[in-house]
Design a protein around this ligand. Structure first.
Ligand code: SAM
Length: 368
């Protein structure tokens, strides 16, 4: 008999596993920050939920999210609402079976309320079911995963409504390879206008190769800022087994801590650079030879920016997270090395400090 949990599933590609690893790592950081931040309600939205399980039994995005909350302790003062939207009937049935199994194993937190918006598109469910819930809790933080198969049904107008709320962020899977292939299709103009909220995508028609890729990538990023109102956008590239760009994940937020935690999640999946994953990666070798970040680059960037000036640890962290490829965990290692080699001195406070520690954000340093 067919297993109802995988009856509508497909094989998990390595880069899909990487996407889910980023999602899980981020949510395991995000849920506790909000749960301990005094918010009575938090909403999690998965606009293209899928069946909840891949053909090989791996967790799909709804289960990854539910487990990320289920694995946390002491978040009982916050009610977490999960909204899963799935258009296809068979996938909905599988999703419900996978949620029921997780519940029967005790994997769903008692303070989680799960809604499956079935046989509806993301746009319909958003307007009719999710938006009214968001309006009931105007200050509630929200996170939306938008993970379609194509480029329709995720208009920039919805990103903009979501981003207009406080503490709301989106993670969009932008299907670059398909979008790039269909940009010139005469029947798709309206859909691309909705996706980008501008007709500037038409200019990609005169470009090719890497120029075209950069143009399309940057246009969507810039629109998340200009049209949707994000303050920060961080992208992560997924390459297929031929080394070509398959899609880009775009994380958009107005929140510095959100950006910081997402960068850490992305670096976990790409320990060498924090910005791409390739299906060509030989996973056996990868485990033996974990790539290392080149922290000399960060040291050079710090010296270029702060040479001969006095700055606080907090200012350095903001610079690193906002303006470099690195994350907050990296720069303290660099500061440690720079202090040992005499390239920086701590000017305040000097008393009662253990050399090599930079825990106090107000601590001020001078770079030589
Ligand atoms: C890429 S898959 C989602 C994978 C899932 N997020 C995961 O990572 O496990 C896209 C899913 O969206 C569903 N879908 C397609 N168009 C949709 C729409 N307009 N609204 C909601 N769901 C849709 C498809 O049936 C499919 O299950």
């Amino acid at each position: 008999m067919t297993d109802p949990r995988t009856a509508a599933s497909w094989r998990l590609a390595p880069h899909t596993g990487a996407k889910l690893a980023i999602l899980g790592a981020y949510l395991r950081a995000w849920f506790p920050i909000l749960g301990r931040g005094g918010f009575p309600r938090v909403l999690y939205i998965d606009g293209f939920a899928g069946p909840g399980r891949y053909a090989g039994g791996e967790d799909g995005s709804p289960i990854v999210a539910l487990k990320a909350l289920g694995s946390q302790a002491n978040l009982d003062d916050t009610a977490f609402e999960f909204h899963f939207v799935e258009r296809k009937r068979r996938a909905v049935m599988a999703l419900k079976a996978n949620i029921a199994e997780l519940r029967s194993n005790g994997g769903i937190a008692a303070n989680a309320q799960v809604f499956v918006h079935e046989n509806q598109t993301f746009e319909q469910a958003y307007r009719e079911k999710i938006k009214p819930r968001l309006l009931q809790s105007l200050r509630a933080p929200a996170f939306a995963l938008v993970d379609p198969f194509g480029w329709t049904g995720l208009p920039m107008a919805i990103m903009s409504e979501l981003m207009s709320r406080p503490s709301t962020e989106v993670l969009v899977n932008f299907m670059f390879e398909e979008i790039n292939r269909f940009l010139g299709h005469y029947q798709q103009g309206g859909n691309f206008d909705d996706l980008f909220a501008t007709n500037a995508w038409r200019q990609a028609g005169s470009l090719s190769g890497v120029e075209r890729k950069a143009y399309v990538h940057n246009l969507y990023r810039d629109q998340l800022i200009k049209a949707a109102g994000a303050r920060y956008v961080r992208t992560f590239e997924m390459l297929n087994d031929r080394g070509a760009s398959d899609y880009f994940l775009y994380f958009a937020t107005k929140n510095f801590l959100g950006l910081s935690k997402m960068k850490e999640a992305m670096w976990k999946v790409d320990p060498g650079g924090g910005n791409r994953f390739s299906d060509m990666t030989n996973l056996d070798q990868f485990v033996l030879l974990q790539p290392e970040p080149d922290l000399h680059v960060l040291q050079r960037q710090l010296l270029q920016r702060f040479s001969a000036s006095i700055v606080s640890v907090n200012e350095i962290e903001r610079f690193v997270v906002e303006e470099t490829a690195f994350h907050a965990g990296h720069f303290k290692k660099v500061l440690l090395n720079m202090e040992s080699s005499g390239k920086l001195v701590v000017v305040d406070p000097v008393a009662q400090r253990r050399r090599g520690t930079f825990r106090d954000g107000a601590m001020r340093l001078r770079f030589s």
